[in-house]
Structure formats: C-alpha cells, structure tokens
Design a protein around this ligand. Structure first.
Ligand code: HEM
Length: 330
C-alpha cells in the first residue's frame, strides 16, 4: 500500500515537472501576449487587417508612414492600449496634444476595426489593430515583416497632458531621448533602430526652422546639420512657413529601407533628435554599421524592437476591455 502511494505521488510529481518544462516553451510572453492570439477566436483577423491596410494604401500611398507612427504614439503614452484613439467631448484627449495634431490615418483604423468587428464582434482590440496595422504598413512600404504579438486589451483613459509629457520632442538631445526610451523599457539600440522609422514619411517645416535660421539666437544654423543640406532645406522652408511638409528621407521616403542611417551618418538627419544619434557611442556605432552594405541588420532589428515596444504597459487577461468602436469606451 505504501509502495502504491509512493508511486502515485511520484507519478504526479513527474507530471508537474513535465508541465513546468513544457510551459517554459509556450510562446506566450510574461504579459500574456502571443503571436497568433486570435488564431482560434478570429482566425481571419490578421488577413482582414492586411487587406484593409493594403486597400487604404492603394487609395493614399502616403498613409503608411503615419500608421506606423500612430503605434509609437500609442505605446509611449499609458502603454499600447489604444488610448491615442479615444476622443473626449472637452478635447482634453491625447489626440489634441501638440505632437499628435499631425497624426493621420484615424479613419483607416476605424475601417480596419469595422471590418474585423463584422467578422468577429467584440473580439479584436483596438490596441491590437494598431499593432497589426503598423506591421502591415511597413510591409506595404517594402519593409520587413515580423510576428506581431497580440492579446492586448483596450484602456479607458486618455489625457492630453500625458501625451505632452511622454512623447519625445524632435528638439530633444541624446541624453533625454535615451532616458525617455529607458523609462519605457527600451534601450539605446532600440532607440537607434526605431528612429529608423523615419526612413518613411514627412516632417513639417516649423519643427526645423530653428535648425535652419536661428539655432543659438544669433541667426545661425545647427552646426550638426550638413551646410549644403541646410541650404536645400532653407529653399523649401521659409522662416515663416507653418505648413509645408518635407520628406524626411528625400528620394526614398516611400520605401522602408536603411537609407535613413546613411543620411544621419552624413549629418543629414531631418530633426535634431535624428542628428542626436551621432552623439552617443552606442547609437552612433549602430547608425554607422547600417551604412555598410554587409553590416546592415536594420531590417531584422526593426521587427525585434517593434515587438519590444509593443509590450509597453499592455493590458491583458481581464484588464481593460475590447472596445466596440476605437474612438470611445464601451
Ligand atoms: C526617437 C524619438 C522620436 C521623435 C522625437 C520623433 C518625432 C517625429 C516628428 C516630429 C515627426 C514629424 C511630424 C510632422 O511634422 O508631421 C515624426 C514623423 C514620423 N515618425 Fe517619429 N519620432 C520619434 C520616433 C519615432 C518612432 C519610434 C517611430 C516608429 C517606429 C517613428 C515614426 C515616424 C514616422 C513614420 C513619421 C512620418 C509620419 C508622416 O509621414 O506623417 N518616429 N516623428
């Protein structure tokens, strides 16, 4: 009898060990996100998102870049929980914070969400829609693909001041950029890699006028900006220009490639925050490595850092909700 008891408890002990061993291989990360979260509950979700993004980009080829930027702006404020999409009657929402006034593509997100809702009502969160759309936009711009972790749930709070204080400024120096990324669990390599997002899209003149006309208050230009490039930019951005948008990666701003790093290495980064990557040993060496045709790892690194960014402050399990419409809480 004692032997039998011993055998039974041994059997259970081995089972527990086996379970522990197997669970260490499960592809769910610590926060409960995993690639293919909707495989069973909404198997067509990812295909629907991809199709909607591709339709949107056929309609407006410049919309891919802002869709990528939107995910970054969501994740840096309260985490990747869709708060960038919420609207308040009093306009004190993230959308109305200065750095978000130039975000575009909210109607694309509405359309994607409506399409997935039609297939599986109440299943796919707006925050996951943002993560999937960002990846599909990069792919549609001829960039790399990666497995997007899903399983996020949506937050119920949006606050204009949080967007003002959490989104990095294009005027920031390398020390503040590093510490802002660090506060989100992202390291110097992530900063350099993700800044490469500026290989696509446009930036507005007012954000670089100081670099072109009055860097230290003496009518000078930014010494970190190549003089020839500064002259070209001055032709496009007159001192009082408040509206013109210029491609940040001239000649290649519709293609997601490593040309951004070549520009930065030539002191042709668009913003001070781009140029700043040359002012830290680690970020500088990453930039320079990407300019060598044999050394570029950007296309692989980008997906890795996007997945890492996509884990910031996520809500999973029973936290938050799956919004029916992305602009309002349920
Ligand atoms: C490192 C800190 C960053 C700063 C200071 C910054 C700042 C900016 C600014 C000021 C603009 C131009 C807005 C305008 O004038 O319309 C912009 C555009 C853009 N940013 Fe960033 N950004 C940063 C990081 C990122 C990251 C991490 C991503 C994505 C991975 C990203 C993706 C983009 C894209 C795609 C655009 C072009 C948007 C368009 O064409 O409308 N940025 N960024």
């Amino acid at each position: 009898m004692a032997d039998l008891k011993m055998n039974v408890s041994c059997f259970f002990f081995i089972q527990v060990l086996l379970l522990l061993f197997l669970s260490s291989f499960a592809p769910t990360n610590a926060q409960g996100l995993k690639v293919g979260f909707y495989d069973k509950t909404c198997s067509k979700a990812e295909a629907i998102v991809k199709k909607s993004v591709s339709d949107a980009m056929k309609n407006d080829p410049t919309i891919g870049a802002p869709l990528l930027r939107m995910f970054f702006h969501d994740c840096f404020v309260r985490g990747c929980e869709g708060s960038v999409l919420l609207e308040l009657n009093n306009k004190k929402d993230e959308k109305n914070a200065a750095p978000n006034l130039s975000l575009r593509g909210f109607e694309v997100i509405d359309n994607v969400k409506a399409a997935v809702e039609k297939e599986c009502p109440g299943v796919v969160s707006c925050s996951d829609v943002l993560a999937l759309v960002a990846r599909d936009a990069v792919v549609a711009l001829d960039g790399p693909s990666w497995g997007v972790e899903t399983g996020r749930r949506d937050g119920r709070v949006t606050n204009i001041n949080e967007a003002r204080s959490n989104l990095p400024s294009p005027l920031n120096n390398i020390t503040s950029l590093i510490s802002q990324f660090d506060s989100k669990g992202l390291d110097k390599k992530d900063l350099a890699v993700l800044s490469g997002g500026h290989t696509v899209g446009q930036g507005h003149c007012p954000l670089i006028l100081n670099r072109l006309y009055n860097f230290t208050g003496k009518g000078d230009s930014d010494p970190d900006l190549d003089t020839e490039y500064a002259a070209t930019l001055r032709k496009r951005c007159k001192p009082t220009d408040t509206t013109t948008a210029l491609e940040m990666d001239p000649g290649s701003f519709k293609t997601f490639d490593e040309s951004y790093f070549k520009l930065v290495s030539q002191r042709r980064g668009f913003f001070q925050s781009d140029a700043a990557l040359l002012n830290n040993q680690e970020t500088k060496s990453y930039v320079l490595k990407q300019t060598k045709s044999y050394g570029s790892s950007f296309s692989k690194d980008f997906g890795v850092s996007m997945v890492k960014m996509g884990r910031i402050g996520v809500l999973t399990g029973k936290a938050g909700e799956v919004r029916k419409k992305c602009r309002m809480v349920n």
